[in-house]
Design a binder for this molecule. Structure first.
Ligand code: F6P
Length: 323
């Protein structure tokens, strides 16, 4: 272990995601296990710039591994995009003798980390966002839980959809990424899955609904990522062109809450531990990643690859199954 590393800090940034607490706990416990002083920074970069640090003890992360949200709280901070903000952030770390920073968040959060790295701070990213839109890792912390939340919600919606013989458009999160819609749509057998990556055809959706109706299907679920369509507009058009009684449910921030699934809890803990190991090994500008069912590391800039590949195979399968 390089003898310069005495103190590290951890923050959560951007949208919260179930499992972030498990990652924080792992960073704190693993750091203390290795005799490091570990600081928690409140409200992401906002707190970093304004000096909201607290030294974390073993007990400070007790009873949080299974809780959703983030005990450190989080924010989206414009100031961190400015050289002045980055300078202030650097100063805050320097005056406390903090040599390493672990950032749990999405690619926007990692840009802030890279700016600090350019000023000599050792930085490690942990991918945490329900969107699963970060290149270089098969999974981000929170995605699995969010998908399970959607599947659970859709099964409840199906009950009322069946009773009333209705079509439901269920809007899920994902402005630029259809991962939640796709994964949950396949898991719950949605009749149509709309994602921002692939344009949809209204006629095709109606065709499928009619085909199902002729076979005796009395309800349908269309799972739409928020970036793929305006759910209310789509519902109007669908009703106008097909006559099907259509309702909309927007799941919204419900998808960001809840206890992490076992998978998220495990990945988050392993990534938290890995992040500390990387700092102890003197590494910087790395991101923990889940690749082929193992927690490993990739260069942080892998997160900025032009686009995370969309799982076209799964999308095509969903189309075939919803014949
Ligand atoms: O990045 C995670 C995410 O939940 C997106 O899916 C969603 O579009 C966005 O955050 C919502 O952001 P906010 O909580 O700021 O409304």
């Amino acid at each position: 272990m390089p003898d310069t590393l005495n103190s590290i800090a951890v923050l959560t940034s951007g949208g919260d995601a179930p499992g972030m607490n498990a990652a924080i706990r792992a960073v704190v416990r693993k750091g203390i296990f290795h005799n490091l002083k570990v600081y928690g920074i409140k409200r992401g970069y906002e707190g970093l710039i304004h000096g909201e640090f607290r030294e974390m003890s073993l007990g400070s992360v007790a009873d949080i591994v299974h809780r959703g949200g983030t005990v450190l709280m989080t924010a989206r901070t414009e100031e961190m995009k400015t050289p002045e903000g980055q300078q202030k952030a650097r100063e805050q770390l320097k005056m406390r003798g903090i040599d390493g920073l672990i950032v749990i968040g999405g690619d926007g959060s990692f840009r802030g980390a890279l700016a600090l790295s350019a000023q000599g701070v050792k930085v490690i990213g942990i991918p945490g966002t329900i969107d699963n839109d970060i290149a270089g890792t098969d999974l981000t912390i929170g995605f699995d839980t969010a998908v399970n939340t959607v599947v659970d919600a859709v099964s409840k919606i199906r009950d009322t959809a069946t009773s009333h013989e209705r079509t439901f458009i269920v809007e899920v999160m994902g402005r630029n990424c259809g991962s939640i819609a796709l994964q949950a749509g396949v898991a719950c057998g949605a009749e149509s899955i709309l994602v921002p990556e692939i344009p949809f055809d209204l006629e095709d959706i109606i065709l499928k609904l009619r085909r199902g109706h002729r076979r005796g299907k009395n309800h349908s679920i269309i799972l739409a990522a928020e970036g793929a369509a305006s759910a209310y507009k789509l519902a109007e058009e669908l009703h106008a062109h097909s006559g099907f009684d259509t309702r909309v449910t927007i799941l919204g921030h419900l998808q960001r809450g809840g206890n992490p699934s076992a998978l998220d809890g495990v990945i988050a803990s392993a990534m938290g531990g890995k992040a500390v190991e990387l700092l102890l090994a003197g590494k910087s500008e790395m991101m923990t990643a889940y690749v082929n069912q193992e927690v490993t590391e990739v260069p942080l800039n892998a997160a900025f690859a032009p686009k995370r590949p969309f799982n076209r195979k799964l999308y095509e399968l969903a189309q075939e199954l919803a014949i």
